[in-house]
Design a protein around this ligand. Sequence first.
Ligand SMILES: *Cc1c(COP(=O)(O)O)cnc(C)c1O
Length: 361
Amino acid sequence: MTSTNGQWRGLIEEYRELLDIPAGTPAITLGEGGTPLVRSEWLSGVTGGEVWIKVEGANPTGSFKDRGMTAAISVAVHEGAKAVVCASTGNTSASMAAYAAKAGISPIVLVPDGKISASKMAQALVHGGQVIRVRGNFDDCLRLSRGLAENYPVALVNSVNPVRLEGQKTASFEIVDRLGDAPDFHLLPVGNAGNISAYWLGYVQYKDAGRATKTPVMRAFQAAGAAPLVLGHPVENPETRATAIRIGNPASWKLAEAARDASGGRFKALSDEQILSAQAQLARNDGIFVEPASAAGVAGLLDDVAAGDEIAKAYAGKVTVITVTGHGLKDTITALEFFGEIPDIVVDADIDAAAAAAGLI
Ligand SMILES: *Cc1c(COP(=O)(O)O)cnc(C)c1O
């Protein structure tokens, strides 16, 4: 391939020999992966340990979905696909539409009507996605996508497609490569449960290959109104402001439970208030703006620590990584609602007036 002068080449070229994709698959890439792992002084202080934030909003379309999508679209195109379909709470469709555009194939997107953010809808449309709004929820959309892929010449790129997980597991590789070993704990939000399954795959693969001495405890968080994994049964009408995890019947349920059990981890539910509060605190304390669902791992850590029990104490002296899954600009409506009115202060174009309004004089 052409020289990249040391720049990140996208995750397929960076990790090709570790990915279970057909040999010689040409990479369709937007330079995804290689995202920042930022040390949180705030959360390190709160836990008495070392806490790192994996900032997945830094991917090309603003969420970790690009990791799975570069793999899924590359393989689909290699196998001759001319069209791809997905069900989406928003980010999968934004990502799929971008990678399909790059590949020159048609993206068909099924979204729950009225339930995806305007920014994500804009991304899908601007990239040329054929957006079909469904009277139903995400789980209905996924059922339809599977049906379309079974009966028509379109490739399904939801995370039920195992190639998606191959791409997504590279986040674990990056974390170990950066920290020098696997963390003790890994916290993240869970919706359809592809991501937790992919992280676990990646950590286990690295340990088996001798690149890490251990695997982390996986602690995953759902919104209370959409917490099937916590409850142990599907939720018929999932509800939460954290729309990216508004899923009642996760496709990767079994894999997520296996990751929890093998790692000694657990699932926990959080209120929307806890999630939105964590979103604001992360933005103010660490300078990282994430969409609501993405803050569930941070909210989970704060909830664990507030409990003050054995689980809270376990973080002290240990290394914890929290994945924040998508960028804050994905859903500014919810963010602004949480903060209430935009301040109604308007001044004349005058230094003294601006100084007075800013409280400087
Ligand atoms: C997709 C998504 C999730 C949930 O990931 P799953 O793999 O479905 O569990 C969480 N946050 C954001 C921002 C997402 O886009």
